[in-house]
Design a protein around this ligand. Sequence first.
Ligand code: SAM
Length: 209
Amino acid sequence: MAEPVPNTFLREGRIYTVNLGKGSVYGEKVLRRRSMEYREWSPARSKLAEYLASGGRFPLRAGNDLLYLGAGSGTTASHISDILADGSVPCVESAPIPFFRLREVASSRSNMSAILSDARHPERYAPMVGSADVIYQDIAQKDQVDIFVRNMELFNAEWGVIMLKVRSISHLPPSEVVPGELRKLEAYSVNETDVSRRHPDHRAYLVRR
Ligand SMILES: C[S@@+](CC[C@H](N)C(=O)[O-])C[C@H]1O[C@@H](n2cnc3c(N)ncnc32)[C@H](O)[C@@H]1O
């Protein structure tokens, strides 16, 4: 990891987060030491775990609120909930099937909430989110960068991480697609971390004001 991430540890090459809830969330291994539980966070399963394992920065401050766009059934979101502990993690998901599981996961965690909505319309869920210092997005849609920018601007977020799935935008070679997408982020400072070893279809960008 490039810098310490709260409640996150590397041990013998594996990443763990301190469990804010109890037991396993999605079948991941749980280590118990004294009264603490540590949940294994697999870089093969989670692009954000691979991002951190590959040296990506995640410069959270205590009490930050993080808005998660495209939370699926809550696998990665549950680890962000562990990391943030004192901050809130509202999770937006548009598909009803993963949302059911996401809602169950959120109900067992004090700082996580599940919102069934389309991330293209942040004004619809803004009243449920309140503030968002940070945005994490993992949405495979043609307009994924537009969605990210719309949310960054509406919530006036300080920074965010977007997992860009290039093939969802176009089947042209990435070298022809990515420059145009990055131009949409020109107002920000952008740093790429290579996550292609385990997630070859994705590019990961830290985006800051
Ligand atoms: C790759 S999966 C998420 C996996 C999850 N981020 C994880 O690491 O555990 C992407 C999710 O984005 C959701 N999605 C796609 N378009 C969306 C939209 N416009 N608004 C909200 N969610 C969307 C999909 O339904 C899907 O569950």
